[in-house]
Design a protein around this ligand. Structure first.
Ligand code: ATP
Length: 468
């Protein structure tokens, strides 16, 4: 706290009173959730969360750019995930290259198997994934978009990997792929990490990075894009203990989504039964979120057995077995994977936070995710108020991501911050100069309380720590 803000309240006898009913304002009408994704797309663009990529050229299908607030939200999301993983003693981090040896993708099965069955409508040119279509319509070849009968093509296999060439020659010998998942970078580094970090099984390796898929039906904003970021963790365990670890990770992962403030009734597990299971998986659950487009996958938790290490051992000719020094035995570990799209987690956080009461829109977001934790508003642009505000702002910025707004009516300034999910607003008025108190306003309840300026950092920190 800057010296000029010292005041009588520094004695420390001040107590923040609990708010009473009358201080909590009522919403203008029934509070509604997000129903239409387009409303969110528009808010994100206007407020600087997410812009269509290359917009001045008319955009490029399903590619998005994160703006000033979007990148703050993204960094917060990644930081929360990273901390939740690396706070563990049995976890190491990694940042593998996007371009990998082409044999990686043969071993992983992506060259032969990473395909979706694709059908086209000859009439309206719409394109669908055959496995996601109404199977009766698919059999009759009727287009679900234009309604024309018998107009769909036969399903064709379509590889989802983006191909490019390394070096100046565009021949088949130089083909490389943009990775379609980050996981393979972890598998091929398993022994490097284990030996250099002197980890013993069970332990995990976590990574955040870009992945690329030439999706047939991208869309629904940042739900399905062709370039996205994954937050993946591979946990290496002794065969026989894999299902126990699988259950543990399932629980840990749903708890992480709860800890981000996502409402419990909007999250559920979906088990992959028999034919839904990927070729490498012994067991798989999706964590689904109820997006405005319906319940959809947010994260996958998979028991991948020793499939991946076995295949890389076979294709590379290198021994990838782990040596257990105590038991004096060698084995290929089983792997439990947790994989969540950062962009999808952001979309879930935005959808879940959106509220509208007929007049006011606000993002009821966990403060740990909010781009700004606090916004400062001098009531008027008068030198005395600005001087006080500048000092307080400098102090707040040392502690939190904060913003400052002195333009327009105070009501409008509150609304602007509500729409971007800033949990706390601080107003400085003439009383502030006399008695060094400020008004602290709460985003969700709109309640206001008067507190000493010198207590502000402490009060905000306490409220964030005990959120929810
Ligand atoms: P879907 O069934 O939605 O295509 P998937 O089962 O292929 O997803 P995984 O390969 O398990 O997905 O990828 C793990 C996570 O990566 C998904 O749960 C999702 O959060 C994210 N993800 C996958 N594909 C995309 C994409 N095209 N755009 C954004 N995120 C994605």
């Amino acid at each position: 706290m800057s010296p000029s803000l010292n005041c009588a309240h520094r004695s420390g006898t001040f107590q923040v009173k609990p708010m009473n009913e009358t201080e909590i304002k009522k919403p203008a009408g029934p509070v509604q959730d997000l129903k239409d994704m387009n409303v969110l797309v528009s808010l994100c663009k206007q407020r600087g969360f997410v812009f269509p990529s290359s917009e001045v050229y008319g955009g490029i299908n399903a590619c998005w750019d994160y703006g000033p607030l979007g990148i703050e939200l993204k960094r917060n999301m990644k930081e929360r995930w990273w901390r939740s993983m690396t706070d563990r003693e049995d976890m190491e981090g990694l940042d593998a290259a996007i371009l990998m040896h082409p044999k990686v993708w043969e071993a992983s099965g992506h060259v032969a198997g990473f395909v979706d069955p694709l059908v086209d409508c000859k009439n309206c040119k719409a394109r669908f994934r055959a496995d996601q279509m109404d199977q009766a319509k698919l059999a009759a070849k009727d287009c679900p978009t234009c309604g024309k009968k018998g107009t769909l093509t036969e399903p064709r296999q379509f590889n989802l990997m983006f191909k490019t060439h390394m070096g100046p020659l565009e021949d088949s010998a130089a083909v490389v792929y943009l990775r379609p998942e980050t996981a393979q970078g972890i598998y091929v580094n398993f022994l490097n990490v284990q030996q250099s970090a002197r980890q013993k099984i069970p332990f995990g390796i976590c990574q955040i990075g870009k992945a690329f898929r030439n999706e047939i039906t991208p869309g629904n904003f940042i739900f399905r894009t062709r370039e996205f970021e994954q937050m993946e963790m591979q946990f290496f365990v002794k065969p026989g203990t894999d299902m126990e670890w699988f259950e543990k990770w399932k629980e840990l992962r749903i708890q992480w989504h709860y800890s981000n403030g996502i409402r419990k009734n909007k999250l559920r597990f979906h088990e992959h039964a028999g034919t839904e299971l990927a070729h490498y998986a012994k067991a798989a659950f999706d964590i689904e979120y109820e997006f405005p487009i319906g319940w959809s996958e947010l994260e996958g938790v998979h028991n991948r057995t020793d499939f991946d290490l076995g295949r890389h051992q076979q294709f590379s000719g290198k021994n990838l077995q782990y040596f257990d020094e105590q038991a004096k035995e060698k084995y290929l570990p089983y792997i439990v994977e947790t994989s969540v799209g950062c962009d999808r987690a952001i979309l879930a956080a935005l959808c879940d936070a959106y509220r509208f009461d007929g007049e006011r829109t606000w993002l009821e977001m966990h403060p740990a995710l909010s781009p700004y934790k606090v916004a400062l508003f001098p009531l008027m642009k008068k030198p005395e108020l600005l001087e006080f505000s500048d000092k307080l702002y400098a102090d707040l910025k040392k502690n939190f991501r904060a913003t400052y707004d002195d333009a327009g009516s105070i009501g409008k300034r509150y609304r602007r911050q509500d729409e971007i999910g800033t949990p706390f607003g601080v107003t400085i008025d003439y009383d502030s100069i006399n008695d060094h108190t400020i008004t602290l306003r709460h985003r969700d309840s709109m309640a206001q309380e008067r507190i000493p300026a010198e207590k502000l950092v402490e009060v905000i920190r306490e409220k964030i720590e005990n959120w929810g």
